[in-house]
Write a protein that binds this ligand. Structure first.
Ligand SMILES: Nc1ncnc2c1ncn2[C@@H]1O[C@H](COP(=O)(O)OP(=O)(O)OP(=O)(O)O)[C@@H](O)[C@H]1O
Ligand SMILES: [Mg+2]
Length: 284
């Protein structure tokens, strides 16, 4: 099993190397990087290209590790037992009917090997990664209610993404292979744009990329625009039929690019950019 890239996802050589290292080591691949640099999409595309079904677990601040294993639905069981009368229904007697399987249980017991995405692990509380150490390492856990050991038939290919909102514990890091998706170099970014907009005109692409990097390289930005913002912006430029000449009119002072709201997402950044444009024009 090797990942060689996919037609809809531009993977740099070091990213492919990281995916294949995680496959070889049979350890989770921990992917970090700025928002919008393709962390979630990576798991989807690797799963697709390796023909593995993908199970996804999107983590929120309230998510508990146990929810990924299973939950015992005691309330339903109580209700069913009250409804069933004194003799008790068949369903109530079997506790398995009230075990709600989580993604890890499903991944461990799947007939065929699967990929598993634990998305945005840094959103959960600090105990969350620690609570999954054994499960991700030994690929097994104990179900107390049914008194059975759930063990992976095939080790799933695990992707874990993080936006770095919280530090992950060392014991957890030890069990992962780590890769940081660096913001793409211009030629890689161009390649990514081409994947999404194969018919985009060369001059518009060049003008948009130039403006995009100007905005991105502005010192002191609170939120730098990333790949997904560039793609949104290009989609809007195409929808509004804005051409390269309107984006960067020749011989005219630098202006605020149209639809800049797709790139800059807060008022401080917009003000910063407006001030820069004003100063540049004054110095001309
Ligand atoms: N290497 C790439 N190849 C193709 N498309 C990409 C690539 N990187 C990013 N994209 C585009 O950017 C969008 C955002 O990607 P994705 O949702 O995977 O980002 P993310 O890193 O998970 O962001 P977040 O941290 O906010 O969840 C994707 O829908 C895709 O269109
Ligand atoms: Mg994501």
């Amino acid at each position: 099993m090797r990942f060689e890239g996919s037609p809809h996802y531009v993977a740099t050589a070091d990213l492919k190397l990281a995916v294949n290292a995680a496959i070889t080591l049979q350890r989770p691949l921990l992917v970090k990087g700025e928002p919008g640099t393709g962390k979630t999409l990576l798991a989807e595309e690797v799963a697709k290209s390796l023909n593995l079904p993908l199970l996804q677990w999107h983590i929120k601040s309230t998510t508990k590790a146990q929810q990924g294993l299973y939950e015992y639905d005691a309330v339903s069981r109580l209700r069913d037992s009250q409804m069933a009368g004194l003799d008790g229904g068949e369903r109530v007697k079997n506790i398995h009917n009230y075990i709600v399987k989580g993604v890890l249980w499903q991944a461990f017991t799947a007939e065929q090997p699967v990929a598993l995405l634990i998305d945005e692990i840094d959103k959960a509380d600090i105990e969350f990664p620690n609570d999954l150490l054994r499960e991700l390492d030994r690929m097994e856990f104990w179900c107390y209610e049914t008194r059975e050991l759930i063990r992976a038939r095939h080790r799933p290919l695990v992707f874990i993404t993080s936006n770095n909102e919280k530090e992950l514990p060392d014991a957890f890091l030890r069990r992962c292979f780590f890769h940081y998706i660096r913001f793409p170099e211009p030629d890689t970014l161009e390649h990514i744009v081409r994947v999404h907009f194969p018919k985009l005109k060369g001059d518009l692409l060049a003008a948009a990329m130039k403006t995009f990097y100007e905005v991105r390289q502005l010192p002191g930005l609170k939120k730098k625009p990333s790949t997904s913002e560039l793609l949104d912006w290009l989609r809007l430029l195409l929808a509004e039929d804005i051409g390269a000449t309107e984006l960067q009119p020749e011989g005219q002072p630098m202006g605020i690019p149209p639809l800049v709201g797709a790139l800059l997402k807060n008022e401080q950044d917009t003000t910063l950019f407006e001030r820069l444009v004003f100063m540049q024009n004054r110095n001309r």
